[in-house]
Design a protein around this ligand. Structure first.
Ligand SMILES: C[S@@+](CC[C@H](N)C(=O)[O-])C[C@H]1O[C@@H](n2cnc3c(N)ncnc32)[C@H](O)[C@@H]1O
Length: 305
């Protein structure tokens, strides 16, 4: 079972989470600067998902090209569609393939990058081996990864007493346990924790390994969000919650974890929360929020002659 898009992060979730949970758009030029992205580079984004990071890199190019590669066909289909809609067709190309056997020539790229990929790939060393093979001598390998600091960076919010919210959270915990039991990857890292990535880069032979930290924060109560953005976020998360659960319910073993009544109750409560958030009058008061940082690790490639 290797369906990231079906059981862990759907195309809808990847797009919405990258838009809202990532460092703010003001930092994108900074990310490109740290990576040395210029005019006509050839770039590869490994484990590209729906291509959010691929597009971010492509925005820095005038004539070069960014290839995005992912093993999940559903993500690649979404990536192609979004790239086309955004008029990036000439600058990005998406390929379904395995990072452990990259379909590219040795030394084909100036920069080989990835975003929250080493956290999830089953064999990070083999993936790095392939990334090093396809990057040219003098090129760069980079990885952008998420860091959180647990309860220092998350607050459940100052909701009023809402009995349905407590019940929703109870059911969410139950559902989460089912996800983890059926698809252990859903519990995040089978690959490397972000804190290990700088050492991993150096141990893989990359030179002058450097790290840059980029902060991020998200809350629906944050007045920097427009009403349209609030609505987009609330609706997307609602639909994603339902669709993901439905994907799991198609698996026979789901019956061991949840009754039909609980599923129906959950669907009703999820809708109630969506409607509550959409109609909430004082949207600047709850402050359920979380923050964190993203670590950009960069290393230079020096190949032995
Ligand atoms: C956490 S998602 C990140 C997606 C994207 N980089 C982003 O940040 O929006 C990890 C991605 O790695 C992909 N992946 C995992 N193992 C892979 C492999 N062996 N080859 C290619 N892609 C892989 C998954 O399909 C998934 O889309």
């Amino acid at each position: 079972m290797n369906k990231w898009s079906r059981y862990v992060q759907s195309p809808r979730f990847l797009e919405i989470s990258r838009k809202y949970y990532f460092p703010a758009p003001d930092t994108y030029p900074l990310i490109r600067r740290y990576l040395g992205v210029t005019g006509e580079m050839q770039i590869l984004d490994v484990g590209c998902g729906t291509g959010f990071f691929t597009r971010l890199l492509a925005e820095g190019l005038s004539r070069g090209k960014v290839y995005g590669l992912d093993i999940d066909g559903e993500h690649i289909a979404a990536a192609r569609e979004i790239g086309r809609r955004q008029g990036l067709a000439g600058r990005v190309e998406f390929i379904q393939g395995d990072a452990l056997s990259l379909p590219f020539e040795d030394g084909a790229f100036d920069l080989v990058a990835s975003c929250t990929f080493f956290n999830v790939v089953k064999n990070p060393r083999a993936a790095m081996g392939e990334m090093l093979r396809v990057v040219r001598d003098g090129g760069v390998v980079a990885s952008l990864d998420s860091m959180t600091l647990g309860n220092q960076t998350w607050h459940r919010g100052y909701y009023p007493e809402l009995p349905w919210l407590a019940r929703l959270e109870e059911l969410e915990k139950k559902i989460w346990r089912m996800y983890q039991a059926i698809y252990p990857l859903a519990g995040v890292a089978v690959g490397l924790p972000t804190s290990e990535i700088p050492h991993f880069f150096a141990a893989s032979g990359l030179k002058k390994v450097r790290v840059h930290a980029l902060g991020r924060v998200f809350s629906l109560s944050n007045a920097i969000l427009s009403p349209e953005e609030r609505q987009e976020y609330i609706t997307a998360l609602y639909l994603d919650g339902l669709e993901k659960l439905n994907n799991y319910l198609k698996l026979p073993q789901s019956k061991d974890y949840l009754t039909r009544e609980e599923v129906d109750e959950y669907a009703g409560l999820l809708m109630q929360k969506r409607d509550y958030l959409l109609s909430e009058e004082d949207e600047n008061i709850i402050w359920e929020w979380y923050g964190g940082a993203n670590l950009l690790t960069v290393g230079d490639v020096v190949k032995k002659k």
